[in-house]
Write a protein that binds this ligand. Structure first.
Ligand SMILES: [Zn+2]
Length: 77
């Protein structure tokens, strides 16, 4: 980490391939993440796996009162 803003964020793993480009954050924050083609592909797979684990809607037994928090990150939209 340092001043090299064009480096892939996963460059430490040492198997970067393709062109490093800015991609919109997969977390939906709107941040731009620098990733090479190879690691962007891996990130997409990771995001897909997370989507499967945490569905967009609360499970039927999810109780907002018990959890004390919101299922949706941003209720203002
Ligand atoms: Zn990379």
């Amino acid at each position: 980490m340092g001043t090299d803003g064009d480096a892939c964020v996963d460059a430490h793993s040492g198997d970067c391939r393709g062109q490093v480009r800015g991609h919109a954050s997969l977390g939906g924050t709107g941040a731009i993440i620098m990733r090479c083609d190879h690691h962007y592909g891996l990130a997409l797979e990771r995001a897909a796996a997370i989507d499967r684990r945490y569905p967009p809607h609360p499970p039927q037994d999810f109780d907002f009162l018990d959890a004390g928090e919101h299922w949706y990150e941003d209720l203002s939209r």
